[in-house]
Design a protein around this ligand. Sequence first.
Ligand code: SF4
Length: 279
Amino acid sequence: MKTQPFQLTTLSQSSLQDYVDCARRFKLRYLDRLSYPAIETEPTLENEKHQQEGEYFHRLVQQHLIGIPAEQIARFANTTNLQRWWENFQNSKDLKNLTGSKKLLGLSPEATLSAPLGKYRLLAKYDLIAVENGKATIYDWKTYRKRPRNEWLSARLQTRVYRALLVNAGAHLNNGKLFEPEQIEMIYWFADFPDDPACFPYTSAQFKRDWDLLVKLSEEITSASSYPLTDDRQKCAFCTYRSYCERGVRAGDIEQAEAEMEAEELFDVNFEQIGEIAF
Ligand code: SF4
């Protein structure tokens, strides 16, 4: 029996990044809906543990931001990494408005925004949007082992989608009025580099450039009839689909991945994967 192709209705920074990195990966993951046939990096167990701790850390921060006291949260930071990340989070001077006694009122942890994009809906889940005095700051927590370069982060679809979507879909966070791009900033805060966040303010020119790109990508995806394999074979070493593409069997080494940095995206935390923790 012939199966119907999956009808894609939403796009996200992850699916768009996959499309830009490798059209075949986009097809396998989002249209064919293939589950993960191969491990991404070696050593497997250590990387899985790091990823799980990263997910857990996101949940701890989210619970704290919705009102669970820090002392209670600290009890759950029960591994060396979690303990260090949690202490760094609490002591960070850049985050004092989020955690200290003068805590901001306009905090929206784990906010989901969406807006039409061509025939799709563009969807984003934010770690935190903080609004104060007409300024909106997008926070994203990263548990990377190495601090990425700002140029690399700036070009990522996440940086471009998150800011552009907040302009187009954030009116309910701004008394019913759309944010101007100049009111928005995105901050990546690194749990292992707490004093060196990456900050990306926004301008109208950047917003136009980003939204034009997103529209163009959505149109390309709508009309695509072929999904070529990437020419950049380095991407295949860390790709779960490499056996489908006959691009190798052995997983890429984490040390090599860290040297190339972009593979750290593999350890990014996806909210849909995070389970509940009972406090
Ligand atoms: S193995 Fe390479 S070509 Fe195949 S989907 Fe992954 S990145 Fe693309």
